[in-house]
Design a protein around this ligand. Structure first.
Ligand code: SAH
Ligand code: SF4
Ligand code: F3S
Length: 441
């Protein structure tokens, strides 16, 4: 009889890819993936703790399994990822959810098989959290679930300690994989038929950092020069380390998508200083100008936080101004969430929720108006879309252009993994719809 696993993933792309690594371990153990958690013999929650609501979301879902576990006594429930990696949180989880079988962290997910065998051999609850500074796992075999897209880690961890952020505490110090391993992985994926490679790191621009011969732009260029038709993306770029050299490499290599995610967080110098971002609004705009000088059509997206401690109406106004000046094509917007253990958690001047809510509504409205205006310019144009998926509800295929804009289109044939030229006939907010003109590859 087949045994099944189910993974619930929260948080960033890094976590999505780590869930693929967890799936790789479970499938090597003979488990198959299932759609419904009720059918699972092993249910894994790969958690995130970047904001309070990410944590609560996981708590809610784990809580809902209590009844199922009471019925299915042999089911194994495992909780991993960033949430248990926070100091003291593994114990909190263990007390709150006594029916959870395994609690592990971000640094030891490669040992999940060992933890499962331990639990099955009779140990009550397996709680294993490691301090992972320096851990780089090279022997994982991810079960990739996102064809034609594939993610590759290039760095792990973060050294920046932005004052609001929990990531450096739950992911450890920044370390880079060896460039030859990264290039070999990219080459193998392209040969297997993957069409879009995304290089992942909390701050890809600091790749290498003295431990590898290649800098980030050099690594990117080396991968972009590999044979085959594919797209290359990377995330995330920290503005303080974004270089002219990187802008040049993007402009000279057509396989690199002309889309850069460059999180600014705030447009106020005072808030940026308190956030420990190490650039001013003017520095940021200069980076945008350098990028636009080399790659005039580059789409720039960003992350923004409102309601950081002490943020005044004037600070918030500076953020609105910067959003207009930088011309972002879209943005992720967040209400500041106090994270225990970070520097900002101890700052005076925490902002009341209703003030933050009002600000974020205004910010979202501004960002959406820019996104809508840029979408409208697509109507009548033909763009190359990499078909990535089929939307059952709409009955249409979907994919993105190199700038990251989503488009829907109908087709009788399965086009997933194909580059398709689509004539855009309507723009609705963030996404576009159109008709297939021809299929290039
Ligand atoms: N390493 C990336 C981002 C990682 S977290 C970078 O530096 O850009 C993704 C985003 O979550 C951040 O860019 C930030 O906008 C947001 N974020 C991080 N901590 C937060 C917090 N405490 N409250 C609200 N948003 C937060
Ligand atoms: Fe967090 Fe800053 Fe590191 Fe990004 S660069 S992960 S926001 S500490
Ligand atoms: Fe990612 Fe959330 Fe961890 S954003 S690094 S999964 S805290």
């Amino acid at each position: 009889m087949s045994k099944y696993f189910h993974i619930t993933t929260y948080g960033c792309q890094m976590n999505v890819h780590e869930s693929e690594k967890i799936a790789g371990i479970l499938s090597e153990m003979g488990y198959c993936a299932c759609e419904e958690i009720e059918d699972a013999d092993i249910a894994v929650f790969n958690t995130c703790c970047i904001r309070e609501n990410a944590e609560n979301h996981a708590y809610g879902n784990i809580g809902m399994l209590k009844k199922l576990k009471a019925r299915k006594k042999d089911m194994i429930i495992a909780v991993g990822g960033c949430l248990p990696q926070q100091i003291g949180k593994a114990d909190v989880l263990n007390k709150k959810f006594p029916y959870v079988d395994i609690i592990f962290g971000t640094h030891n997910l490669g040992k999940l098989k060992e933890f499962i065998l331990k639990r099955q051999s009779g140990k009550k609850t397996v709680v294993e959290i490691e301090d992972g500074d320096g851990v780089i796992c090279e022997d994982d075999k991810p079960l990739r679930t996102s064809y034609p897209n594939a993610w590759i880690n290039i760095t792990y961890g973060c050294n920046n300690f932005c004052s609001y952020c929990i990531v450096p505490y739950v992911r450890g110090r920044e370390r880079s994989r060896r460039s030859q391993d990264i290039v070999a992985e990219a080459k193998a994926l392209i040969e297997e038929g993957y069409k879009e490679i995304t290089l992942l790191g909390q701050n890809v621009n600091s790749y290498g950092n003295g431990t590898d011969d290649l800098t980030f732009p050099e690594l990117l260029e080396k991968i972009a020069k590999l044979d085959g038709k594919f797209r290359l993306r990377f995330m995330t770029s920290h503005p303080k380390d974004f270089s002219e050299e990187l802008a040049r490499v993007i402009s000279e290599n057509r396989k690199i998508c002309r889309a850069v995610h460059l999180p600014v967080q705030s447009g106020s110098d005072e808030i940026l200083r308190k956030m420990n971002r190490r650039y001013t609004a003017t520095d940021y705009i200069k980076k945008v100008e350098i990028l636009k000088k080399y790659v005039p059509d580059c789409a720039i997206t960003t992350d923004l936080i409102v309601g950081f401690p002490t943020e005044t109406d004037k600070d918030f106004g500076d953020t609105l101004n910067l959003v207009k000046r930088a011309g972002f094509s879209s943005a992720f917007t967040f209400v500041y969430s106090r994270r225990e253990g970070t520097a900002a958690a101890e700052m005076e001047g925490q902002i009341p929720e209703e003030v933050s809510k009002e600000r974020i509504m205004r910010l979202v409205e501004l960002v959406n108006s820019q996104t809508r205006a840029q979408s409208a310019e697509y109507v009548g144009k033909t763009v190359e879309i990499l078909c990535e998926d089929f939307d059952k509800k709409r009955g249409m295929f979907l994919g993105r252009d190199e700038y990251g804009r989503m488009a829907y289109f109908a087709s009788e044939k399965n086009l997933i993994g194909k580059f398709v030229n689509v004539k855009i006939n309507a723009a609705n907010g963030v996404s576009l719809t159109g008709d297939v003109a021809d299929i290039s590859e």
